[in-house]
Write a protein that binds this ligand. Structure first.
Ligand SMILES: [Zn+2]
Ligand SMILES: [Zn+2]
Length: 255
């Protein structure tokens, strides 16, 4: 499994892009950054998008991605997977023929460029040799974490945005997870805001790590708020966990 980090920031400033992880060139975990990072041919290769939740930083690139692939006229199609509430939010608030076109009817409703498919915890989705498991996490809106397992039963887990949580650690405990991508959005001084908005700080991450039955070989940190990036990195270093690594946009992970 090859994961290209298109974006790993909790906001957007030059050099730091919203979350998007491209797996084997065809599967996206979140879609905060796509069309500014990939050429049109690479955009057309994306067939599956698994969204953690409907917050803008995680869906921002989808409208332009669809606009680019529908106008490429190559018959490219993609399916957006997420929980029921997330899909309802996208239909009602984004692809409603007002903010942006309803791409489930373009170029025509028989062969649309976009489809939606709901995921349910406990019902993994089979995708080109992978099994994608989902579970709910604890954010300020309905949100899902994912675990992608290959045919050798090795897995990568991604929390998306979450505060202190439980179910994804149980899901991870049932699989051989080589790498975890987890959010840490705020420094420890902003604990109150982190908890109120459903995010983690370095100290909260340390408590989440204690809940894991087995530690993954690597724990990659994402979603740092860019103005606090240096402080968060200092505080993460003090946790003294050699498996921790802060993601940088453009990195490629081989798992
Ligand atoms: Zn969020
Ligand atoms: Zn976010």
């Amino acid at each position: 499994m090859r994961i290209r980090v298109l974006g790993s920031s909790g906001s957007e400033v030059p050099g730091h892009n919203p979350p998007a992880f491209l797996v084997d060139n065809f599967l996206l975990l979140d879609a905060g950054t796509v069309s500014l990072s990939l050429d049109r041919e690479a955009q057309c290769q994306i067939t599956h998008i698994f969204l953690t939740h409907a917050h803008f930083d995680h869906i921002k690139a989808i409208p332009f991605l669809l606009d680019n692939i529908v106008s490429s006229d190559q018959g490219c199609q993609l399916t957006i997977f997420s929980g029921k509430e997330v899909i309802e939010d996208l239909k009602r608030n984004i692809f409603n023929d007002r903010i942006w076109p309803d791409f489930t009817a373009l170029p025509n409703s028989l062969h649309p460029v976009m489809r939606f498919q709901e995921v349910s915890p406990g019902e993994p989705v089979a995708v080109r040799g992978y099994r994608v498991h989902s579970t709910t996490v604890d954010h300020s809106v309905p949100a899902y974490g994912y675990l992608i397992e290959n045919s050798s039963k090795l897995a990568v887990a991604y929390t998306g945005d979450t505060g202190p949580t439980e179910r994804i650690w149980r899901l991870m405990g049932e699989h051989r997870v080589k790498a975890l991508i987890i959010e840490v959005s705020f420094p420890d001084e902003m604990l109150e805001l982190a908890l109120a908005s459903g995010h983690l700080t370095p100290s909260l991450l340390a408590a989440e790590i204690q809940k894991m039955r087995a530690l993954p070989e690597k724990i990659y940190i994402t979603h740092l708020k860019p103005f606090y990036r240096d402080v968060i990195i200092d505080q993460l270093a003090k946790l003294n966990r050699p498996c921790l690594e802060v993601l940088v946009d453009g990195m490629v992970l081989s798992i």
